[in-house]
Design a protein around this ligand. Structure first.
Ligand code: FEO
Length: 392
């Protein structure tokens, strides 16, 4: 791939992973990703900012083939997609030191067995002078691990943000060119990775806004040389505002739950509420996560199987609970044959969701007029709650 020039003496040196389709053995990434490393040549010292996933160490080492010396390897984040190739770089550049946050050091030792004496720590606000190029380190814990930090290159006004502002998107160019496409990938990235840390990110964005930034250089996906769109989008995602929207993830075994979901969809739409449905047997969980970023309400649909909620529903609810979306309201619709504890199974899987539970609709067998009347009541409850909270 080779080096790509960003500014004089500042280069992208990472790897594009066109074919990867799953992250953390969990997260779908339909458009691939990249691991962005950067090189800064000061008059006196050279710094490599982050490395690449170990699966692509060879690409990074090839990119560095003409680089005679590296003095500092900045580790913004110890996760291996950014720090996993540090041991190889340290092996080639015997005098290089890893520069990281105080919490980063412990994680690098634990996870990558990097020798203690090859690591130096920097405090929040510390500066590193490379000779005509000055990096400032800014602690940003919990984007996405507790040790994460970003850095700001003063002379070129570049903010290196690691996971923050990242997108799982493989592109051949350097910068964001198709804004809508990058924004969609960035929203997927936020939804799948960053959403649990929304309140932390909100604070960090306020602090980072004080830096005069011309270029945002994340460690996944394209860079931004027009930063307004991504900053505005991120600010919206982490805000407390929710949209007049109901998300319905569901599974139906024999059609009863689907009939309830169909009826609810129409009843909500008739009240001017946008609905997004996800048949969990076929859905991309990333799309469900994206939908949960802004929605006011979720209604989970499940049949009763082996006396409880459908396992695919439980798996999706478990994930949604871990992602901690800013939902305000929730409910459950579903059916049973002769008994069970479907509702209880779902409720106890979502303790992190602070959403108010509206009265569920549970139907024996195929829905009848009484069942549809209950769904109508649920749609009305949701519409009234949205109206009362001025969710438009
Ligand atoms: Fe891209 Fe949290 O690693």
């Amino acid at each position: 791939m080779g080096l790509k020039k960003i500014k004089d003496n500042v280069f992208w040196a990472g790897a594009v992973d066109w074919d990867r389709r799953l992250f953390d053995s969990l997260i779908p990434i339909p458009d691939g990703t990249s691991y962005n490393a950067y090189l800064i040549f000061g008059k006196d010292k050279t710094a490599l900012l982050d490395t690449v996933d170990p699966s692509m160490t060879d690409v990074l080492m090839q990119n560095l083939k003409d680089v005679k010396s590296i003095d500092f390897i900045i580790s913004h984040h110890a996760e291996q997609d950014h720090s996993g190739s540090i041991p190889a770089v340290l092996g080639r550049y015997g005098n290089a030191k890893v520069v990281t946050s105080s919490k980063g050091k412990a994680l690098l030792v634990d996870h990558l067995h990097i020798p203690d004496d090859r690591i130096v720590t920097v405090e929040d606000g510390a500066r590193l002078d490379l000779g005509g190029r000055t990096l400032e380190f800014i602690y940003t814990p919990w984007v996405h691990w507790p040790e994460t930090m970003v850095s700001y290159l003063h002379e070129d006004k570049i903010l290196f943000t690691c996971d923050l502002f990242g997108s799982h998107l493989a592109v051949s160019g350097l910068y964001c060119e198709e804004e809508w496409k990058v924004c969609e990938s960035a929203k997927r990235y936020y939804a799948e990775v960053m959403m649990p840390f929304r309140t932390n990110i909100k604070k960090h964005l306020e602090r980072l806004a004080k830096y005069d930034t011309a270029i945002i250089a994340p460690s996944h996906g394209p860079l931004y040389n027009n930063i307004d769109c991504i900053v505005k989008a991120q600010t919206q995602w982490v805000s407390d505002a929710v949209s007049n929207e109901v998300i319905i993830p569901y599974v139906s075994m024999h059609g009863s739950t689907r009939l309830l979901v169909d009826y609810l969809t129409d009843a909500l739409a008739a009240r001017g509420i946008k609905v997004e449905r996800f048949d969990l047997t076929v859905t991309d969980l990333g799309k469900l996560a994206i939908a949960l970023v802004d929605a006011a309400t979720v209604v989970i649909g499940s049949p009763t199987v082996l006396t409880g909620a459908h396992p695919i529903v439980i798996s999706a609810v478990f994930l949604a609970n871990a992602l901690r979306p800013k939902l305000k309201f929730s409910s459950i619709v579903g059916s049973y044959g002769w008994g069970g504890r479907m509702i209880e199974d779902i409720q106890k899987t979502m303790p992190n969701l602070k959403a108010q539970m509206l009265e569920p609709v549970l139907v024996k067998g195929k829905p009848d007029a009484q069942a549809y009347s209950a769904v109508e009541r649920l749609a009305q409850d949701i519409a009234a709650k949205h109206h009362d909270m001025n969710i438009l």
